[in-house]
Structure formats: structure tokens, C-alpha cells
Design a protein. Structure first.
Length: 411
């Protein structure tokens, strides 16, 4: 594209700001069992019903002692044993120690635990070596989490890092936002569902398949309406059905110049939809707006363009609609190129690349090869986007570029 013809294009940041400023999170909530909460978003703050740990306990296998009874020459007889789940409950005589295991409750009166490696066992008792101080190797009650303390705010996506913590607090149910309902379909007479034989001039419907997989990763409830032929009445019926059933409608195809005439006319009748030209590559054509009941995103027809616009625009939109306030865009890092990168100024370019660490511990990145918007194999070959600034030209070997590691949607 010629640089001088790109001033009317909308930047990625402008498009994202327009979208996110219009939508608000779902408000409907439900209470689900902790075992069913993976991938759900907390609808309210969660506080701890107990202290963690609930009692002072030993951080080591060793001996519980009273520091004022310690002597470098006088052994302390063992008065008993304390295990996790089986605390020492007997009377604890003066000038003795208690054998204790990791996790066992600290006997009343003990102010230190000496690890067994610093203990010498004799017939008269235990002689301890090394410096000992009060509080040594003791985990205090509430040291990790105080009773009543905030554990997670609203808007947190629950996963492996969160759910076991809630389980450790004895929390069996959580209040979460309801699952976002997303209706999807592709448009085009040339599209054939995966698994069916191809006719003359047909291609497989890669876009809807890819979008469905990404929606599954995001925990959405999917309403799949299949492939809609290039027929105005069929398309209108699909939009009306999707609008009635979903919170968000995503279509693929029909948003490029030259193919959106009747689609645009129909969507103008059904809602308020903007057809945008974005200053990104791939993925220039994009549509966003609101139908009578649901939000709408129209993705480009080319497979890489559809996946990229979903990743960069629809993913944060779904996060906000779902109430996922803790969502953050993928981290961008600096890397040196090991291959030439072809680019014309005018659009922010997301080329697919492979990032690795060289012998000096520095990040370096190479292209996956041909960057055409139809080359979906570049995603399976790569592990990152090489993000080339809008006004940047081609990149030589050894130049520094920004990379954006694929998150769970693409990795």
C-alpha cells in the first residue's frame, strides 16, 4: 500500500478505544461450585473465612524448644513427638524438647524449632549446635493470609493459580459473572464446512473453526450458525437469529470494499454498525457496532486477518464484556532480527515470527517466511508477532524490533 493513501485509516489504538468505550460488562451473576469454576470471572471480592495457616506450625523436621532452656553442653531429653495432624498434647516438662515434623502444630510455650541437622542425639537427650533465635522455623498463624483479608477482587479469571488457593480456604462455591454468549457464522458460497468434500472453486471454512477454538479458550458459550450463503434473506435471518440469542455476534467475511454493499445496507437496518479501515496488516477491513440486542464484530475473510483482528480487538472486547477487569494485553519485548523483514510504511504490521535465546542470553527473532494473509501455517510455525511500527520500512538483519509472545489463544 502506498504510504500517502493511509491517512484515513484508523489505528489499532483508536479502534480499540472506540470499542471498549461503548461496552459495559455483563451484570448477571451466578453461584457455582469451585470444581466448576475454572475459567470463570469473579463477580465480587472474595475474602478469607480462615487464617492461613490456621495455627502456628513447624517449617522443618526438627525439635521444638524454649530458647531460655538451651545450653551448648547440657542435653535436653525428648518429652514427646508432634506430627502434622497429631499434635503434642502431653504436659511438657521444663528443660526438655519435643520432636516435631514439618507442618505439626507448635507446642504451647515453644518459641523456636531447631532443624534436625543441627541436633546431635545421645542417650541423655539432644545437644544443639549453631545459633538459635526466637521464632526460628516457625510459621505463624495467618502469616500467609489473615482471616477476613481480601483474597481476590472482582474481575479475576479463576484458574490453576487461584482455585487451589480458594480450596485451601475451605471455600466450596464462588459467585461469578454468567458466561458470555457468542453467536458465530461465516458468509460466502465458496466456503465448505471442515470434513466435507470440496466442490469446484470451494475452500474450507477455516475462519469459523479458528474463531470457535479461540472462543472456547476464552470460556464463552458458543452458538454456531455455520456457513451462510451469499443470499440477502439468508443473511438477514442469520443476523436476526444471532441477535436474539447472543450477547455478541461475530461474522467472518463480507466486510471488505466491494463485497459489503448489501451487508452494510442490511446491518444499517438492524443496528448501528461502523465499517472501518484499520491501519494494521494483515486485517484492514473490520466492522463493529450494536445490533438491537447484541454487539457485533465483522472479521475479514482472509484467515490470518480474521485471526489477527480477533486476537487484537475481539479478545479485549470479550474480556471487558465478561467482567474480566484483570485482563492485560500480551507483553511486548525487544529482540534482534536474524532475517530480513519486508515492510512498506503506512500500517502497523504484525508479522509472524519465531523468538529464541542466543548463546549470549539475548532474544532474537526470525520470520516464519511468507507473510500473506492466507498463510495460516505461519501461526503453527511461529510463537510470536513481530510488531513493526506504522511508519517503519523494511528491517535489516541485526535491527531491534518489538515482539509480542502468543498467549494461550495461539500458542
Amino acid at each position: 500500500m502506498d504510504h500517502c493513501n493511509t491517512s484515513d485509516l484508523l489505528s489499532l489504538e483508536q479502534a480499540l478505544t472506540k470499542m471498549l468505550s461503548q461496552v459495559t460488562p455483563l451484570q448477571t451473576t451466578e453461584t457455582v461450585a469451585l470444581t466448576d469454576a475454572a475459567g470463570r470471572i469473579t463477580a465480587c471480592a472474595i475474602t478469607s473465612p480462615i487464617a492461613v495457616p490456621p495455627f502456628a506450625n513447624s517449617a522443618m523436621d526438627g525439635y521444638a524448644v524454649r530458647c531460655n532452656e538451651l545450653s551448648s553442653t547440657t542435653p535436653l531429653p525428648v518429652a514427646g513427638k508432634a506430627f502434622a495432624g497429631a499434635p503434642f498434647k502431653d504436659t511438657w516438662p521444663a528443660n526438655t524438647c519435643v520432636r516435631i515434623m514439618t507442618g505439626a502444630p507448635i507446642p504451647a510455650g515453644a518459641d523456636a524449632v531447631i532443624m534436625q541437622e543441627q541436633a546431635t542425639v545421645s542417650e541423655q537427650g539432644i545437644i544443639f549446635s549453631g545459633n538459635v533465635h526466637a521464632g526460628q522455623n516457625i510459621r505463624l498463624a495467618g502469616e500467609d493470609i489473615q482471616q477476613g483479608a481480601a483474597v481476590f477482587p472482582a474481575g479475576v479469571k479463576l484458574g490453576v493459580a487461584q482455585l487451589p488457593l480458594l480450596a485451601s480456604l475451605g471455600i466450596a462455591e464462588v459467585t461469578v459473572f454468567r458466561t458470555l454468549k457468542v453467536a458465530i457464522f461465516s458468509t460466502g458460497d465458496e466456503l465448505q464446512p471442515v470434513g466435507q468434500p470440496l466442490g469446484e472453486g470451494q475452500i474450507y471454512d477455516t475462519n469459523r473453526f479458528a474463531v470457535r477454538l479461540m472462543l472456547q479458550q476464552l470460556g464463552c458459550q458458543i452458538i454456531d450458525l455455520g456457513v451462510i450463503p451469499d443470499d440477502q434473506q439468508a443473511l438477514r435471518k442469520a443476523f436476526e437469529q444471532a441477535d436474539a440469542a447472543a450477547d455478541l455476534v461475530i461474522s467472518s467475511g463480507g466486510v471488505s470494499v466491494g463485497e459489503a454493499d448489501y451487508t452494510k445496507q442490511m446491518l444499517d437496518e438492524l443496528g448501528d454498525i461502523g465499517f472501518w479501515k484499520l491501519a494494521i496488516k494483515p486485517g484492514k477491513p473490520f466492522a463493529f457496532g450494536q445490533l438491537e440486542n447484541a454487539w457485533f464484530c465483522g472479521l475479514p475473510g482472509n484467515p490470518v486477518s480474521a485471526a489477527l483482528t480477533f486476537y487484537q480487538l475481539v479478545q479485549p472486547l470479550i474480556a471487558k464484556l465478561s467482567g474480566h477487569s484483570e485482563w492485560h494485553p500480551p507483553l511486548r519485548l525487544k529482540a534482534k532480527t536474524t532475517t530480513k523483514l519486508k515492510k512498506t510504511p503506512g500500517r502497523l504490521d504484525f508479522q509472524r515470527g519465531v523468538v529464541s535465546t542466543n548463546a549470549d542470553g539475548e532474544l532474537e527473532v526470525r520470520s516464519t517466511g511468507h507473510q500473506g494473509s492466507h498463510v495460516f501455517s505461519s501461526f503453527s510455525q511461529g510463537n510470536c508477532f513481530i510488531v513493526l511500527e506504522r511508519e517503519r520500512s523494511s528491517v535489516a538483519v541485526g535491527e531491534t524490533v518489538e515482539i509480542e509472545l502468543f498467549n494461550g489463544l495461539l500458542s
